[in-house]
Design a protein around this ligand. Structure first.
Ligand SMILES: *Cc1c(COP(=O)(O)O)cnc(C)c1O
Length: 221
């Protein structure tokens, strides 16, 4: 069951910000995704490769699949034929692997670099030094089958709204600095993926271009 009134509230809220919605369907069965699709949603986010692939196999082919969870290099091959965007890139080695598999499939795969912005130890992501090392890597431009589209980040899991706003604001500032200073053939600075059920309003206000929302639409997992 999808919560249509919540979905309505979210889409209305996002409209003036031109922020797009990724419906996070992890841990929900394909029947729920089919219902969401029939209701008009076709941009889905999953955090596990196996689950994403299994769902993509049985659902309509015009769904845009976003991988939002940690990705191991040895699993890239399973999603490379069809994935729309990978939000969780956190190493140059992973970019090389994505490039290799994208090439085999004659595709260019959109990637976001996941940046660590939270004030806790539990979240994946690059610190600024690691991020810059990837963006200035001498071999980056040789990866012709990837397209870096921007950054992804997750705020601290806290009720402190000022803290969350500060973290999202920092990610947006970082994005702006990079977009003014780093120009490469396979980078197009267009997306900031930030915001989930608990903090999407703040994220949109701070310049998010895509929010990833699960439980508000599909209930708790
Ligand atoms: C699960 C998940 C979300 C969605 O979380 P909700 O609180 O259910 O909206 C967003 N981003 C990532 C990376 C996730 O793993």
């Amino acid at each position: 069951m999808i919560n249509k009134s919540a979905l309505n509230i979210i889409t209305e809220f996002l409209k003036p910000f031109h922020t797009s919605l990724i419906a996070v369907t992890k841990a929900h069965p394909v029947e729920v995704l089919q219902e969401a699709y029939d209701f008009g949603l076709n941009v889905f986010g999953e955090n596990k490769v196996q689950e994403l692939v299994a769902k993509a196999e049985v659902l309509p082919k015009d769904i845009q699949w976003h991988l939002i969870g940690h990705l191991q290099s040895n699993k890239v091959k399973y999603i490379a034929p069809f994935i729309h965007m990978i939000h969780s890139v956190d190493s140059f080695k992973l970019l090389q692997e994505i490039n290799k598999e994208a090439k085999k499939n004659d595709r260019i795969i959109r990637c976001l670099l996941q940046v660590y912005i939270a004030n806790e130890d539990t979240k994946f992501g690059l610190d600024q030094k690691e991020l810059l090392a990837i963006l200035t890597h001498p071999e980056l431009e040789q990866l012709e089958h990837i397209q870096i589209k921007g950054l992804m980040g997750m705020a601290t899991n806290t009720n402190d709204k000022a803290q969350i706003r500060k973290e999202f604001h920092g990610l947006r500032e970082l994005f702006h600095t990079l977009s003014r200073t780093i120009t490469k053939k396979n980078i197009q600075w267009s997306e900031i993926s930030m915001g989930m059920t608990s903090d999407y309003e703040i994220a949109a206000e701070e310049g998010s271009t895509m929010v990833r929302i699960g439980s508000a639409i599909f209930g708790s997992r």
